[in-house]
Design a protein around this ligand. Structure first.
Ligand code: PLP
Length: 436
């Protein structure tokens, strides 16, 4: 694989960017490959390497790259108006689409990222309940908000009792007073999580979790755990927030539609922007009323922003979501079923440890015999070399023209059976290369 042009760019970058780049998760060491252009599910770097894109910008590019309808919507909007303080019809259209599809959503607010959606959701929950603490899962990721980064990746010496996990800083400099506002829950441990919620209900404004997958698809919340959260939060006057920033790609009605569990609020992002920056918070009328003007003409939560609800993101997002019909979701799932079947066949043939995990359009062969059910078991697997193994394997896949997320796969609608076969072929070769 040629990397001369990427190397030259990286040399320039180091002088003006700390560590040489802004995105933390780059697929190659010692430096990232710099992008030239993308088309469908393929992306080409500045050295002309053509890679099948199974990262899809952390799930956002559900239609891959340069989808004609989305390019047209963006181009038309750019030549009409890019950003303004005036609302646009796109805002109404995308809100109508989300209200129609996502069970918990009666009303919507738009913002520019999933992180921002979670920030505003926390504000709304606090304003509605008058309580300040937020409960989250140990190991849960919700973006770059220091409050919700608590206990994202704690080291074992900081974990505390499984029945009452500590709230641990992710970054140096995080104030203890902020960590004190986080109540950490053990994922999939029904009795312990229920006991914490019951004993601290008077302080907790909201419980937030990604209901589908934590930590790059490796840990899945169990249905009975989600049911317990729904039942308890309802009884205890706590708002249940599903962070569907990632998992809205699970299906036409989001992940909540598949589980039949309806939260009070839902945060969204990624695919609803059609490749442009976006975030959204939706919820039942009752909870979203904190954004409505009161009798004095002032809302409880004054939420705004220079690029909030900008027409470029909304036009691209509406176009992308309109293309995601029920049939489009079914087709996407069946292409990814084929991938999972192929991965399982390779696992058996090559006598690899582990299990093929995933559903919908997200899959991974998790190469460990340690059953991963929560953050702590994932950390044990990581300590026994899982992440190193995935890192080595990710690089070997790249050499085969397959770009993955730590060896995991996030699919897109342009992918065909031929693309799956190309990927599986590359997978076999990568295993052989790593074995040597
Ligand atoms: N929540 C979840 C579950 C995510 O996976 C992500 C991003 O990966 C975020 C929130 C943050 O979204 P953004 O990167 O748009 O801020």
């Amino acid at each position: 694989m040629k990397i001369d042009n990427s190397s030259a760019l990286f040399e320039r970058a180091k002088a003006v960017l700390p560590s040489g780049y802004t995105r933390q998760m780059v697929v190659t060491k010692p430096h990232p490959l710099y992008v030239s252009h993308g088309e469908g599910c393929w992306i080409t770097d500045v050295d002309g390497n053509r890679l099948i894109d199974w990262v899809n910008n952390f799930s956002a590019q559900i239609h891959g790259h340069a989808k004609a309808e989305i390019v047209e919507a963006i181009t038309e909007q750019a030549s009409s108006v890019q950003s303004t303080t005036m609302p646009s019809e796109w805002e109404v259209k995308l809100a109508e689409l989300l209200v129609e599809r996502i069970p918990s959503v009666d009303k919507v607010r738009f913002m520019n990222s999933g992180t921002e959606a979670n920030i505003i959701a926390v504000k709304a929950a606090r304003a509605y309940t008058g309580k300040s603490k937020i409960a989250k899962m140990e190991g849960g990721y919700h973006g770059q908000y220091d409050l919700l980064e608590a206990s994202y990746q704690p080291m074992p010496d900081a974990w505390g009792n499984i029945g009452e996990p500590n709230s641990v800083a992710y970054h140096p400099g995080t104030p203890q007073s902020l960590l004190d506002e986080v109540v950490c829950l053990p994922l999939n441990n029904i009795d312990a999580a229920r006991a914490i919620l019951r004993s601290r209900a008077s302080e907790i404004a909201a419980v937030i979790l990604d209901p589908w997958r934590l930590q790059v698809g490796m840990v899945e919340p169990q249905q009975d755990f989600l049911e317990m959260l729904r039942e308890e939060t309802e009884k205890l006057g706590i708002i249940l927030i599903f962070d569907e920033v990632w998992c809205l790609r699970f299906g036409y009605h989001g992940y909540q539609g598949a589980t039949g569990i309806t939260p009070d609020m839902t945060t969204m992002g990624k695919i609803i922007g059609g490749g442009q920056p976006i975030g959204a918070l939706g919820g039942k009328d009752e909870f979203m009323s904190v954004f409505a003007l009161g009798e004095d003409g002032v809302p409880l939560i004054k939420h705004s922003g220079t690029f909030t609800a900008n027409p470029m993101s909304l036009a691209a997002g509406y176009t992308a979501m309109e293309l995601m019909t029920r049939d489009a979701f079914d087709a996407l799932d069946s292409t990814n079923d084929r991938l999972r079947e192929g991965l399982e066949a390779i696992r058996v043939d090559c006598e690899l440890p582990g299990v093929v995990q995933g559903s919908g359009s997200v899959s991974a062969l998790i190469m460990t015999n340690i059953p991963i059910t929560d953050y702590r078991t994932l950390a044990f697997a990581a300590a026994s070399g899982l992440l190193e193994k995935l890192g080595v394997f990710e690089k070997a896949l790249l050499q085969q023209g397959v770009m993955t997320l730590r060896g995991g796969f996030v699919g897109s609608t342009p992918m065909t059976n031929d693309d799956i076969d190309f990927t599986l072929n590359g997978y076999r070769k990568a295993i052989e290369a790593v074995d040597k």
